[in-house]
Design a binder for this molecule. Structure first.
Ligand SMILES: Nc1ncnc2c1ncn2[C@@H]1O[C@H](COP(=O)(O)OP(=O)(O)O)[C@@H](O)[C@H]1O
Ligand SMILES: [Mg+2]
Length: 294
């Protein structure tokens, strides 16, 4: 068995004259949560669609669980699960009916339906028609469908986009549970904090290219800003200033404050992934719901 669940080398895709994925290479180890982080249009969905054999590619190699894509895509089908970035459940029937239909289609025992419903906390909602579901419930139903055949490798395309914080947290917890059961997870997101919290390693993608790839910790250590925020007293008033640790310019000021006994608190300021992103792309970026076009 290959050491890697996913191996991608020099993968490129063009639509017409436009190259939307520009020769990317990365590998994903068995059992890790690997993130693809990047703004809208970066090429995340296209990359997933190529890896699951849904879209042909112009150049490069893809190996999924040791099978070459696209020639051996059919051999990966029973071991790969996908939660697409759009909702494709049958709207007029219930969650349960959807799951029963897809389990029959995939030769999965119908007893598995109850298991996945419980896994994604949908048991009490199983008789609701999909058209009546909130976004959060719908997303969980999609995840349930993707898990029916107990995939070894699970792709989730922006599973928490536009979800309320409670639903998003539930999905993040589900992803962590999948990892603890040994599932390899490939996740795309444009939420920096989510990637930071969930991913063992991640690739930052921008305009079809991978501009950085490492663990969140290493990315923050290598690319981030290192500074301390100091609370101190000046004329009996509390002041707060941030000082860089990257140069020695500010260290004298901090030492003077320390000697004068005027420091109230020092907070270490860990670099955020957002700052890493700005550094590696030179782009303007805001995480969370407000996204800036780059
Ligand atoms: N079927 C398609 N035909 C033409 N262009 C496409 C198609 N699918 C995606 N694109 C383009 O490819 C680029 C990457 O899209 P996508 O992979 O969906 O990005 P992301 O998932 O990171 O938001 C975008 O510029 C998008 O407009
Ligand atoms: Mg997308």
């Amino acid at each position: 068995m290959s050491d890697f669940a996913i191996e991608v080398e020099g993968l490129a895709k063009s639509y017409g004259q436009t190259e939307v994925v520009k020769g990317i290479s990365f590998s994903v180890r068995h059992g890790e949560i690997f993130g693809f982080l990047g703004p809208n249009g970066a090429g995340k969905t296209t990359s997933i669609r190529m890896m699951i054999g849904e879209v042909p590619f112009s150049n490069g190699k893809i190996s999924i669980l040791g099978h070459s894509i696209p020639s051996q895509t059919h051999q990966t089908r029973t071991r790969v699960g996908v939660v697409p970035d759009y909702q494709n459940l049958y709207d007029r029937i219930t969650i349960r009916q959807n799951l029963e239909f897809f389990s029959a289609l995939n030769n999965v025992s119908s007893s598995r339906v109850d298991e996945v419903l419980a896994e994604v906390f949908l048991t009490e909602h199983q008789y609701k028609a999909c058209k009546d579901l909130s976004r959060g419930l719908r997303q969980r139903a999609l995840i349930a469908r993707g898990l029916l055949h107990k995939p070894a490798l699970f792709f989730l395309d922006e599973p928490t986009s536009a979800l309320d914080p409670h639903s998003a947290r539930l999905i993040r917890e589900l992803v962590l549970k999948l990892k603890s059961n040994g599932t390899t997870v490939f996740l795309t997101t444009h939420y920096m904090e989510e990637a930071d919290q969930l991913c063992d390693r991640l690739a930052i993608m921008n305009a079809g290219e991978i501009v950085a790839c490492d663990s969140p910790e290493n990315l923050k250590k290598n690319f981030g800003r290192k500074s301390v925020r100091v609370e101190y007293l000046e004329h009996e008033m509390k002041q707060m200033t941030e000082y860089s640790l990257e140069t020695t310019d500010d260290t004298g000021i901090v030492a003077d404050l320390l000697r004068a006994g005027r420091i109230l608190k020092i907070h270490s300021q860990e670099a955020t992934l957002e700052e890493v992103f700005m550094k590696v792309t030179g782009a303007r970026w805001k995480s969370g719901s407000e996204e800036v076009e780059i």
